[in-house]
Structure formats: C-alpha cells, structure tokens
Design a protein around this ligand. Structure first.
Ligand code: ACO
Length: 427
C-alpha cells in the first residue's frame, strides 16, 4: 500500500529515515535529524533563489505555469479582468471572498476617505531632484508614510491592520500621481473624491488647470492592467514584503521593500526595459541581429521568460487584447510592429522554444502605458499601484500564519577558516 512518506537512506552512515510527505512537499526541518555524528548540525537543503522551495502555504493566488492558469482566490484572471473592478479585486484578495454590493460600497467609501496624504508628503516629494526616478520617489515616500502613521506598528490588532491597508490602497495612487507631476514640473493635483478610484488617479496625473477629458475606454484599460498585476503569489517583491514584514515592522515599511524589489529590471522594471529595448532595436530590419545577440547571451529579450510560466503568460494574452482596444483610441504605437515581429521570430526560434520562453505580462504593457501618455520610467509605478492589494493580502496572511516566524535563511559558509588579525603595516 502506498504511504505519504519519503524513505531516505544516508549513504554516509547507512541509516534510513522516513519523512512525511504532505501537499507534495517534505519539511526541510525534517532533514535536520539526518546527521553523521551527534555534533553534526544536520542536513540542510541548498536552494539559491528558491527554485524549489515553498516558503509558505497560501490561499490567495493559484498559478499553473505549465498550463498558463492564473486565479485569485479561485476566480480565473480572465473573468476578473472582464467583469470586476480593481477595488473589488483588492477586496477579494485581502478578504478572501468577493464583496456583496453593500460590502463593496463600504470598501469604496473607506478607500475614498483616505486618498489625501499629509501635506508634508508634498514637501518631501518636492525635495527630490527634477530627474529623480519615479520608482525611487514612490519607495521613499511610501516608506516615509510610516512616520506619519506611527500607529501602524500595531500589526496584531485586526482593526488597525485594516486601517493601514485601506490607507495604503488609497494613498498609493495619490503619491504615484504626485511623483508623475514632480517629474514634469507640474503642480500637484489633490484628490477629487467625487471621482472613482481610477478616474481620480488619472485626474491627479493628467489634469492641467482643472481640465482633463476622461476617456472611459482608456480608464477601463488601465483598470484591467491593474487587476492583471494585483497578485502573483510568491514573486520577488511579494517575498520581499513577506520577508521584511516577518520582522513585524509596520506595513508601510514592508510595502516600500516590495516597491524596491519591483523596481529591478528583472521584475517590474521589465516593462520599462522592454520599451528601451524596442527603442534600441529601432527598426524591424534590426530584429534578426538583436535576436542573435540574445542567443549569444550578451542581451536578454526583455518581457520574455518567467520563473513560473513555461507557456504563454495568461496575463500577456489579456494585455495584448487590451493593447488593441487602447490603440483604437490613441492610434497605433509604432513600436507595436517591432514587438509583434520580435514575438513572432522568438516563438519560432529553437533557442526560445527549448527554454520555454514566452512573452510575460510586461512585454506589451509598456506599449499601452506609453500610448496613454506615461513616460517610460513611470511604467513600474503603475505596476506598483496594481500590486499593492496583493502585497497587503500576502502580508496579512503571513502575519496570521502560525507556521511563520521571522524570515531567516541558512547559508553554507565558504569563507576562510579562523585566522589571526594582521596589523595594517604588515599587510
Ligand atoms: N531572454 C533570453 N534568454 C533568456 C531570457 C530572456 N528574457 N530569460 C531566460 N533566458 C534563458 C537564460 O539565459 C537561461 O538559458 P541557459 O539555460 O542557456 O542558461 C534559461 O533561459 C533559463 O533562464 P533563467 O535566468 O535561469 O530563468 P529564471 O527563472 O531565473 O529567470 C526571468 C526568470 C528573470 C523572468 C528571466 O526570464 C528574465 O530575465 N526575463 C527578462 C526580464 C523580464 O521580462 N522580467 C519580467 C518577469 S515578469 C514580472 O516580474 C512581472
């Protein structure tokens, strides 16, 4: 009869062990009993970059990377992108269930109530250089919010956690819009709470002299993009939020760590890197030469490849669809042609096929953001607004998980053995 255990024989000692297998995993701590002698520390696993280690049990997001499936709390991403609002999805991620009409109305009102930031935050942002990267501004300002809300340290109080999560969801777009205005030397536009979440953000970003003609198609397109980015289980930035949050710091500090992780070009910064790559390629005729440099390893095809998806990223399919809806409003982004041709060539090329490299969510999103009027270095800020509910849901889940402790990996020490200090004149 089959048993849910793993039998391990340690060939160093000849001893055998039976380890429980649960949910397709063994507990790394169960390996610690495997020792060659009493003073041996015990066996560990070596897993740089967490290639095969589950760091938590989570009920938030499900991904099947082989089959290109993504679900939030069980709901397929395609259905949420088509039918839900961003705040509805945020509620779902954080609370675990879709809100009733009444719950949603209350949630929207709560978020609306907290959209303003302390005016000192505007002074803080004004202090940045004119060419400061908007992600740098965002991560600095969100970290600084912890100084405005010292009560946020009461992370074990459910009502307090709720308040801080609402604050973060409400204030992120305000700070993001301020960062945009600062980069352009434009005065800040304060929240207009007569507008909805997306409308308010777009107005704070683009309004000049109180005039902004809202385009409902573009606003819905932006909302869909935020929904597609809202969570993605244990990605780099979410792991950063969980890891930093596991020290029991306040959520503003933990989320600013997530923003820092997202900033990198291998993560959220990839949407910016895709546009830079398309600019560099310049014309369709340069694509084959560019693909060659990628295959030789001197470049990466940005917006391609994913740690988890080994087939088409389902978000990329949806983003591509949104792109055409947006371009109907704004006119075609000329770089689309280069992107489509790059995708076509890459999907037929042995190098990419063998490594299962497909477009990810960032391959087309930058083209849309650019068509909407956002500058390249601002794209990742939009990703951060979208990812905030996911970070918060994961942060709270981590805090409530009895299995979790302060995040603290082990290492294999490979440095020098003990040696005597050498005075500087003898070195
Ligand atoms: N272009 C060319 N080759 C690639 C690419 C790429 N974009 N991505 C992976 N490869 C190659 C690697 O060189 C490696 O080849 P090898 O086996 O010959 O050494 C192989 O594919 C496996 O790649 P890894 O780097 O081991 O894969 P990993 O899971 O560590 O990396 C990552 C995933 C970081 C996303 C990677 O695919 C990448 O750098 N992509 C470009 C950046 C990007 O688009 N990031 C956005 C990710 S989605 C997101 O964060 C929202």
């Amino acid at each position: 009869m089959s048993k849910d255990t793993l039998s391990v024989t340690d060939n160093r000692t000849g001893r055998s062990y039976e380890l429980p297998v649960s949910e397709g995993t063994i507990r790394a701590m169960d390996l610690r009993q495997i020792k060659t002698s009493d003073d041996d520390f015990g066996l560990m696993t070596y897993d740089p970059a967490f290639m095969n280690t589950a760091s938590c049990r989570s009920a938030i997001t499900f991904i099947d990377g082989e089959r290109g499936i993504l679900r939030y709390r069980g709901y397929p991403i395609e259905q949420l992108a088509e039918r839900a609002s961003f705040l509805e999805v945020s509620y779902l991620l954080i609370h675990g269930e879709l809100p009733t009409r009444e719950e949603l109305d209350r949630w929207i009102e709560e978020v609306r109530y907290h959209t303003y930031v302390h005016t000192n935050i505007t002074k803080f942002l004004e202090g940045f250089r004119y060419d400061a990267h908007p992600m740098g501004m965002l991560l600095g300002a969100v970290g600084a919010l912890s100084t405005f809300y010292p009560d946020a340290k009461h992370i074990h109080d459910p009502a307090n956690r709720h308040l801080q999560m609402v604050r973060l969801l409400a204030k992120l777009p305000t700070i993001a819009a301020f960062a945009f205005r600062h980069s352009r030397g434009l005065p800040f536009v304060f929240p207009d709470n007569g507008l909805d979440y997306i409308g308010n953000y777009v107005n704070m970003t683009f309004s000049i002299g109180g005039r902004h003609q809202p385009n409902k198609v573009l606003q819905r397109a932006l909302e869909i993009l935020l929904i597609l980015h809202a969570d993605h289980e244990q990605n780099c930035s979410t792991s950063a939020v969980r890891s930093v949050g596991s020290s029991h710091v306040d959520p503003f500090s933990a989320v600013s760590a997530g923003i820092a992780a997202l900033y990198g070009p291998l993560h959220g910064g990839a949407n910016e890197a895709v546009l830079l790559m398309l600019d560099e390629i310049g014309e369709k005729k340069n694509i084959p030469a560019f693909i060659e440099t990628v295959k030789q390893g001197s470049d990466r095809l940005m917006g391609f490849g994913h740690r988890v998806y080994k087939s088409y990223d389902p978000r990329a399919t949806l983003v591509k669809k949104v792109a055409y809806e947006v371009f109907e409003q704004t006119g075609l982004n000329p770089k689309l042609e280069i992107a489509l041709e790059l995708e076509r060539i890459a999907l037929e090329d042995e190098y990419f096929i063998k490594r299962k490299l497909y477009p990810n969510v960032d391959f087309y999103s930058g083209l849309i953001y650019q068509a909407m009027g956002y500058p390249t270095d601002y794209f990742t800020v939009l990703f951060a607004i979208g990812r905030t509910p996911g970070w918060l849901a994961q942060w709270q889940e981590m805090l409530l998980d009895k299995d979790q402790k302060i995040s603290r990996p082990r290492q294999i020490y490979i440095g020098e053995g003990k040696r005597e200090f050498v005075p500087i004149e003898r070195r």
